[in-house]
Ligand binder design. Structure first.
Ligand code: BES
Ligand code: ZN
Length: 457
């Protein structure tokens, strides 16, 4: 077995350039899931994944259509009696706009320094290819020590709307002992990290309507409630002066942080200064009484993701807009429920919206938060793998982002996920100039190879 470990590591080192080229190929496909104009690119990305799974020697590879974007499923079940790992990934990416802020084309991967720049490099085509290459190294050096199944979807960046139904309908096909989910990152390049908690999400569009049409602000200013101002007032009331969310009942189910967890979070190698540097904001801001790590990992939030109303072009125009719109989302923690947060927002508006405007809320998508078991044999296997490659004990952290599938796998398939990917905090995920740090990526591929081998021994 040790022999295979050495052979597999030698294989990885000999094939770095080929791995980097494979990553370049999939990064060149603009598989933006939210934009119908990219439907063909989505299809090509799914086909790329399926072809590469076939080339690995998977025994079965299927591309399942869904209402939106296809799911790629594959399996290799040649290790009877050994555990079965379900490897999750997504081949879709966020839109690349604003394009003018990219230093190179988002879909023509470019290497600068130690980084590879492209949309999806870190989130998460880089992580999908890392998993493919770890499995390739083992397939090429005697075979896998465990059974693997793959579930690679194309809708993660739009909230995985088809995946719940797909998993329910294919629960037998997806049966496994646990999942590997590399859709995450490290606290820093020298700090290997296992994510054991993720926040959930509840996303809304709020529209406020006033006059039947735009009005001259001189002829009518002073006689109607300006919808942009009414919306701003409603938004302002969504937090109290302690930075707490003011929707009625918002904190009712929030699981309090134990002293033990707070002590652990305080030991993480990143703290307020890290957030100041990463954000470039003049000062930090948030719920009183909690550190930045606690606020990101274990406290819920409400944010405005976008605002639109009235005249926003160059120059000036004296107008009272007919309507105003805000995209509002809440990051949730266990045991909040997205549907309940929707009801809480409706109640807040019923209680606080003035009678001189009309409002409507559309619920866009939701996902529950998740906390994973940290003491399973699979987590131990990942801890040892990271320690082998980085030479240091991994950190455990609760992530502020959301990966809806982790909670869905708990409820639908009854399985826990090992969440460990190889992005970095400054990878610009969802932003211009997204990148993957290549030395960290190569380390990640090695760590995933050790992880799979560790599952057996
Ligand atoms: N990979 C991210 C989530 C993430 C980012 C985890 C950084 C760990 C570190 C994922 O692709 C993502 O962006 N999810 C969305 C989910 C949403 C669209 C339902 C998110 O968090 O906004
Ligand atoms: Zn993402």
């Amino acid at each position: 077995m040790n022999n295979q470990r050495e052979q597999a590591l030698a294989y990885l080192r000999a094939h770095r350039d080929a791995f980097r080229r494979a990553l370049g190929e999939i990064l060149s496909i603009p598989s933006v899931s939210t934009d119908p104009a990219h439907a063909e690119d989505i299809r090509r990305a799914a086909a790329w994944v399926a072809d590469n799974l076939r080339a690995l020697g998977m025994q079965r590879v299927d591309v399942f259509p869904t209402e939106r974007h296809p799911v790629v499923y594959a399996e290799w079940l040649g290790a009877p009696g050994a555990p079965t790992v379900l490897i999750y990934g997504h081949y879709d990416v966020q839109p690349a706009e604003p394009l003018e802020l990219w230093e190179s084309d988002p879909f023509q991967p470019a290497e600068r320094g130690e980084n590879l720049y492209a949309r999806g490099a870190s989130d998460m085509k880089g992580q999908v290819v890392a998993a493919l290459k770890a499995v390739e190294a083992l397939m090429q050096t005697g075979g896998l020590p465990v059974n693997v199944k793959w579930l690679i979807e194309g809708e993660e960046e739009i909230g995985s709307p088809s995946l719940g139904k797909f998993m329910t309908e294919h629960a037998d096909l997806l049966a496994c002992d646990f999942a590997l989910n590399p859709d995450s990152g490290l606290l820093g390049k020298d700090w290997p990290t296992i994510t054991y908690g993720l926040r959930g999400l509840a996303y809304f569009e709020l529209r406020v309507h006033g006059p039947a049409h735009d009005l001259h602000s001189g002829l009518y200013g002073g006689v109607v409630h300006n919808p942009a101002i009414a919306l701003a007032e409603l938004i302002a009331g969504m937090h109290d002066d302690q930075g707490r969310v003011a929707l009625p009942g918002f904190y009712d189910r929030v699981r309090p942080l134990s002293d033990e967890e707070r002590a652990e979070m305080a030991r993480l190698p990143v703290a307020d200064q890290h957030y100041l540097e990463q954000t470039g904001a003049p000062a930090l801001y948030g719920e009183a009484g909690y550190t930045a790590n606690e606020r990101v990992g274990a406290r819920p939030t409400l944010d405005v993701n976008g605002l639109l109303s009235g005249f926003t072009g160059p120059g000036s125009k004296t107008v009272i807009p007919a309507w105003a719109m805000a995209k509002i989302s809440c990051r949730l923690v266990p045991d909040q429920r997205p549907e309940e947060v929707h009801q809480q927002l409706l109640r807040y508006l019923e209680e606080n919206a003035p009678a001189d405007i009309r409002w409507e809320v559309t619920s866009m998508h939701g996902a529950a938060a998740s906390i994973s078991d940290r003491h399973s044999p699979a987590i131990r296997a990942m801890e040892r793998a990271l320690e082998t490659v980085w030479g240091t004990r991994p950190f455990f952290r609760r992530e502020g982002g959301s990966i809806p599938v982790v909670g869905q796998m708990q409820t639908i398939l009854g399985v826990e996920s090992v969440i460990c990917g190889f992005g970095l905090p400054d990878d610009n995920v969802h932003a211009p100039n997204e990148k993957q740090h290549l030395p960290t990526w190569y380390r990640g591929i090695e760590a995933l190879t050790h992880f799979l081998l560790n599952l057996k021994s």
